[in-house]
Design a protein around this ligand. Structure first.
Ligand SMILES: [Zn+2]
Length: 109
């Protein structure tokens, strides 16, 4: 497994984390995820608390959103979602796609 550094304190052993953001307005309710960030054990919790700030203001104003928001707040306070595998495979696919596209350029050029 690859070793990643925390983007805040540079400590190794970080994992990519993503946090839930809930928007609960009377007619529009949705859950989205923050961009993945490499964070250590300590910072995954403090960054999750920051992500929750927006949920405290925007997450309550709908019936389904209210329930989603409770789940999101618990999830964020415990470090959010570990998306390291997703980030690694998305990156690998992207790099492969770029390599294939560049190979086609060679054939054409
Ligand atoms: Zn850190």
């Amino acid at each position: 497994m690859k070793e990643y550094k925390c983007e805040i304190c540079s400590q190794t052993g970080a994992r990519f984390r993503s946090y839930k953001k809930v928007l609960g307005l009377v007619l529009i309710s949705r859950v989205s995820y923050t961009k993945p960030r490499a964070l250590c054990e300590k910072h995954k919790v403090s960054e999750g608390a920051k992500a929750n700030l927006a949920n405290f203001f925007l997450g309550w104003w709908g019936i389904t959103a209210f329930i989603w928001n409770i789940m999101a707040i618990i999830s964020n306070f415990t470090g959010g979602k570990d998306v390291t595998e997703t980030v690694e495979s998305a990156y690998a696919n992207y790099v492969k796609g770029v390599a294939e596209a560049m190979d086609k350029q060679k054939v054409l050029g």
